[in-house]
Design a protein around this ligand. Structure first.
Ligand SMILES: Nc1ncnc2c1ncn2[C@@H]1O[C@H](COP(=O)(O)OP(=O)(O)O)[C@@H](O)[C@H]1O
Ligand SMILES: [Mg+2]
Length: 269
């Protein structure tokens, strides 16, 4: 089981709180999204899960095993970054084989897993090329193949689509979604793009200033936002000040309408 339990995760830089008391249960096989504006702590949280940043407090368990202080290579986590981070002097095949060679897998097993991973991202025919001979979209698919070749318990992706142009971004996004469903790997992806988040994620974790504002499906965040920040961040929202009286809403300007289906919140929530 690759369910992840995160409790009270905290990271402070000097006096600045980058992540505060972050708690969450990630279900086995789930595609979860960390969403929020730039600087809200998405990358810091992901890197604490990967083991590259030591938290100041809190706990992470993976399938019941406490990994809070385990080094990255003991976590069996697949990682994909924004900038592909392929080795320029290694062939595509060897890039994907890298993690398997480090784990000292037998040669026949390496051949099989690399071939399978490249087939999954539809690049089986390009194993002999160098990264610079591939397009950006293809390079990012190699990075994804490399991450899944080690058969990780969890896949962590930090803005994996943001270096791609608009058309490729949609294509790789759909491929990633299909691949995740086919393989059933528990996946956490970071993005600041709400449309991207809503189109691929089973659930979204919307963050602000190092804290979680709301966790839920795209529909839940859209139709039942926990507060004004969520309503503002998700979708295109118009805000009207006024008062709800029974089933009626009366705007500050005197306009009345039925409040049925309108989301009404007290001010300053
Ligand atoms: N090494 C660091 N030293 C000081 N501040 C940092 C460091 N890394 C990140 N931060 C700060 O922590 C906050 C969260 O950063 P980050 O997790 O990268 O945000 P996000 O990925 O959501 O854009 C930002 O305000 C950032 O400037
Ligand atoms: Mg980031």
């Amino acid at each position: 089981m690759a369910n992840v339990e995160i409790a009270g995760l905290t990271k402070t830089y000097g006096t600045f709180r980058a992540v505060t008391d972050f708690g969450l249960s990630v279900r086995d096989g789930e595609f979860l999204i960390f969403l929020g504006p730039s600087g809200c702590g998405k990358t810091t949280t992901l890197r604490m899960l990967a083991g590259f940043i030591e938290p100041d407090g809190g706990q992470v368990t993976l399938g019941g095993r406490d990994i809070t202080h385990a080094p990255p290579h003991r976590r069996n986590i697949g990682l994909v970054f924004q900038n592909y981070a392929l080795f320029p002097h290694l062939s595509i095949f060897e890039n994907v084989a890298f993690g398997l060679r480090r784990r000292k897998q037998p040669e026949a097993e390496i051949r099989k897993r690399v071939t399978d991973a490249l087939e999954l991202v539809e690049l089986g025919h390009l194993g002999d090329r160098l990264p610079k001979q591939l397009s950006g979209g293809q390079q990012q698919r190699v990075a994804i193949a490399r991450a899944i070749a080690i058969r990780p318990d969890i896949l962590l992706l930090d803005e994996p689509l943001s270096n791609l142009d608009a058309r490729l971004r949609l294509q790789v996004r759909d491929e990633l979604r299909n691949l995740q469903k086919t393989l059933g790997i528990t996946t956490i992806m970071v993005t600041h793009d709400q449309e991207e988040a809503m189109s691929v994620g089973d659930r979204l974790v919307l963050m602000r200033a190092g804290m979680i504002e709301q966790v839920g499906t795209a529909q839940e965040l859209y139709y039942q936002p926990a507060n004004r920040f969520v309503a503002d961040f998700i979708g295109r929202t118009n805000f009207l000040s006024g008062a709800a009286i029974g089933n009626m809403f009366r705007s500050a300007g005197g306009c009345r309408c039925a409040a049925d289906g309108i989301w009404v919140r007290p001010p300053r929530s």
